[in-house]
Design a protein around this ligand. Structure first.
Ligand code: MCN
Ligand code: CUN
Length: 795
């Protein structure tokens, strides 16, 4: 079980302040709540210019001509850059994270509404914007590919005419599991249910949009690039590869980030254009997108059309799951995910159940929509997988007339089956599902809720109870299986204990609001006994941190957290050698208690970490081979991913007259193994649940038939506020990861991954009296109302 929560107590003396894991307040908050954060747009460099991007008004069109004369004549404009200019620098196209290329500025055609066409650099943001209107672009409009179901039709317009020999919009087919084995199980099963479901296009929409400031210094050839990025080191290496600037001459600084949620993983044309702008003008150039640019052009998420099938016995034993997916990747395949997995970790769609067989096939296609994919607290498409399986289990429950909880309990992987090899190639590290489900039922008062629902149904009222039990896979990943553009997915950490016993830990990952400055200090504190407030956490600056792949897929704790724990243990081991020298005894005769090595059997004779640090840097005669510091570093290659899980129960009431869904209660019981800071974990869960309710009920990036984006502002792309969400009821169980040094699993995306099916299952449950067994997200009042009239509408 979790250690007792230790509240930060401002009146506590230094001696009894909390050390290590526990509910301590966030170290970064004093600056955030005082408005003293340092976000990209707060940074102002001397002589800095401002960039703005001209974007395509249409989804598909040939560029006939671009005339920049008038824009260049604007008195405050310093440069206007077009695709043709970039072609001269060999920068018109940049590699994506998925072995494709993406236009930095369009040269031949525009391929989605909002695509980057030209870049203006001017003295201020307003002049840059004004000058965009002075650029004259002539387009020849082409038929767009908007409906993903028609993208592979013979004769469909070809989006990627730039790729040699391309005659269709097919990107990839990818499979996992055993098709023949799965078909055989299906053929012999008593019961088979099938359902097509759409996980619509949504957007992470962080509070801070994306931006960059490039400062190229021509004399020493050094580029300093401030960027809203979740992965500063990976970005630096990619910039070195693409722009040809030597890596040691590039410094990427990711300052405070106002939310990433996956939106800040990719390299956007704007970042590259800021660099080109700075090289061309010889001045620092800032580019920051506005809200519509963010929603229309940076990484979207989902856009999966999934057909799910489940085979089961009449008494509710689930035997097999299979699925076919049509994946809309937009105009460029810019999805961020490990190379070997074009559908991310979607093949965890076997969920929390012990199956005999499973198979999936995913087909990726190009359409005339913005590129990106994966982003939005998705754990690399685990979101889609969990939605599929948790929706399908409810479809099966309804077919069998079984309670959805009972059906799940009957099929859970049993605790003694872990580590569990599923049918699509994963090895679940640890799990104990039933207690987690039972705790959620207990908090929710499940039996009472079902009774209440029966009474309400009898009166004609619409109340729904939705269940979701998810298994996540986070912490990518073992280098032998996982890389991004050839970079293995490991992370480095460095710990230095200063002579007075204060410490600094340097990370390759980067917080966007997850509280790393607190929790990573807590890991060092737990291992070394130095109070967290005496430990400085440095991240987001490639000049001052070790190499590593960055923050996404909730990998910081599983990978970088492990690196920090192991680095701290190295420091501890070294401290033992130095303490032995100081105490004139043998290292084997020393015993560790938090913060101190002492002589076995003589607890009075010991040295604290601070004393040892001073010894190391002081005049103590150091043992052979031990150098005079208390520093260490580690690059951690995780042996496996971690598999957090959780049980969610959502209760909704639906207004019969308007179709409005009211989320009355939401119970979330999560298990992320060892809990470093329960308060931060709860914050992660609260945020993710709001995301889930938002996606289930209101968030949607739609397109009209011409490819006009219908979700380009917060008037159209609705995100939930405190008004739309209930008071979250959380609980937890603790099943440590057996392979992680401190037993911690990731938590950052669990709630976003796990909650949408709970909400949709609740809505469908409420509408069961209408004979409904499925409804696609978002369950807007209009769509719910239509469903009640027997006219379900597609998203
Ligand atoms: N934690 C903990 N104990 C655990 C697991 C995690 O105390 N057993 C703490 C961690 O130390 C960290 C936080 O919880 O402070 C999240 O940790 P982790 O699950 O490792 O996730 P990451 O730090 O890698 O964050 C990434 C994840 C992702 S991929 C998205 S998307 C998302 C999410 O985090 N984006 C966020 N949560 C977000 N929260 C905020 N505020 N802003 C974002 O952009
Ligand atoms: Cu998929 S969104 Mo998070 O992994 O950065």
């Amino acid at each position: 079980e979790e250690r007792p929560a230790r509240e930060a107590n401002p009146s506590a003396t230094a001696a009894d302040r909390p050390i290590g894991f526990g509910r301590i307040q966030r170290k970064e908050d004093p600056r955030f709540v005082r408005g003293k954060g340092n976000y990209l747009d707060d940074i102002v460099l001397p002589g800095m210019l401002h960039g703005a991007i001209l974007r395509s008004p249409m989804a598909h069109g040939r560029i006939v001509s671009i005339d920049t004369t008038e824009a260049l004549a604007h008195p405050k404009v310093h440069a206007v850059i077009t695709g043709t200019d970039l072609e001269g620098l060999n920068l018109a196209w940049a590699p994506t994270l998925s072995a494709d290329v993406q236009a930095v500025l369009a040269t031949d055609k525009v391929r989605f509404q909002g695509q980057e066409v030209a870049f203006v650099v001017a003295e201020d943001r307003y002049s840059a914007r004004d000058a965009l209107e002075l650029i004259d672009v002539e387009y020849e409009q082409l038929d767009p590919v908007i409906d993903v179901r028609r993208a592979l039709d013979p004769g469909a317009p070809v989006v990627r005419t730039d790729l040699e020999g391309r005659t269709d919009n097919h990107i990839f087919d990818w499979e996992a599991g055993d098709a023949a084995e799965t078909d055989a199980v299906f053929a012999a099963a008593d019961v088979v249910v099938k359902q097509e479901m759409v996980y619509p296009r949504v957007h992470p929409a962080p509070m801070e949009t994306c931006g960059a400031i490039a400062d190229y210094e021509p004399i020493d050839g050094k580029l300093t690039l401030y960027e809203t990025t979740q992965a500063p080191h990976a970005h630096r290496t990619l910039f070195a590869m693409v722009a040809g600037i030597p890596e040691h001459k590039i410094r990427v600084i990711s300052p405070d980030i106002g939310g990433g949620f996956g939106n800040k993983v990719g390299i956007y044309p704007g970042y590259i254009l800021a660099v080109v702008g700075s090289i061309v003008t010889g001045k620092p150039v800032k580019w920051v997108e506005d809200r519509s640019e963010n929603l229309m052009s940076t990484s979207f998420a989902r856009d999966y059309i999934m057909t799910g099938e489940v085979a089961a016995t009449r008494d509710g034993k689930i035997l097999a799951v299979r699925t076919n997916v049509l994946a809309d990747h937009g105009a460029f395949n810019a999805t961020a995910q490990p190379t070997k997995y074009p559908a991310g970790f979607f093949h965890i769609f076997t969920g929390s159940y012990d199956l005999q067989a499973a198979h999936c096939k995913v087909t990726g296609v190009y359409t005339n929509k913005a590129p990106g994919g994966v982003a939005y607290a998705c754990s690399f498409r685990v979101t889609e997988a969990v939605y599929l399986v948790e929706r399908m289990v409810d479809v099966l429950a309804s077919e069998l007339g079984m309670d959805p909880v009972e059906l799940r309990l009957k099929n859970f992987i049993k605790p003694e089956q872990f580590p569990y090899a599923n049918k699509t190639g994963w090895e679940y590290d640890s799990g104990d599902y039933e207690p987690t489900m039972r705790l959620a039922m207990q908090i929710a008062g499940y039996e009472d809720l079902r009774r209440e629902q029966a009474e309400k149904r009898a009166r004609g009222e619409l109340m729904g109870i939705g269940i979701s039990f998810f298994t996540e896979t986070v912490g990518a990943g073992p280098r032998k299986h996982m890389d991004i553009v050839g970079l293995g997915m490991a992370d480095g950490a460095e710990v230095r204990v200063h002579p007075t016993g204060k410490a600094v830990v340097r990370l390759s990952v980067q917080s966007q609001g997850q509280g790393h400055e607190t929790t990573f200090a807590q890991i060092v504190a737990e291992e070394l006994g130095i109070p967290p407030e005496d430990i400085d956490v440095v991240h987001g600056d490639t000049d001052n941190t070790p190499f590593g792949l960055g923050t996404y897929g909730s990998r910081s704790t599983p990978v970088s957290g492990a690196a920090v724990a192991l680095t701290s243990r190295k420091v501890r081991d070294k401290a033992r050698l130095i303490a032995a020298a100081m105490l004139e005894t043998r290292p084997e005769d020393l015993e560790w208690e938090k913060g101190r090595w002492f002589v076995k059997g003589d607890p009075g004779a010991g040295k604290t970490i601070a004393e040892i640090a001073l010894g190391a840097h002081g005049t103590v005669a150091l043992p052979e081979g031990v150098d005079g510091n208390l520093d260490a570093e580690v690059t951690y290659d995780p042996p496996n991913l971690t598999f957090p899980f959780g049980a969610y129960i959502c209760v909704v009431d639906i207004d019969k007259g308007t179709g409005k869904v009211h989320v009355r209660r939401f119970v979330a019981v999560d298990d992320c193994g060892t809990r470093i800071n329960p308060m931060i974990i709860e914050g992660q869960i609260h945020g993710g649940l709001a995301d889930g309710v938002g996606m289930a009920l209101m968030e949607f990036i739609g397109f009209d038939e011409d490819g006009n984006c219908l979700g380009g502002s917060f008037m159209d792309y609705l995100i939930p506020t405190a008004m739309e969400v209930p008071d979250w009821e959380t609980g937890h169980t603790v099943t440590p990861s057996p392979h992680h040094p401190i037993g911690a699993k990731g938590i950052g995306e669990s709630a976003t991954v796990g909650s949408p099916p709970a909400v949709v299952n609740a809505v469908v449950d409420a509408l069961a009296p209408f004979g409904l067994t499925h409804m696609d997200m978002p369950c807007t009042p209009a769509r719910v109302w239509e469903a009640m009239q027997g006219r379900p509408t597609p998203p």
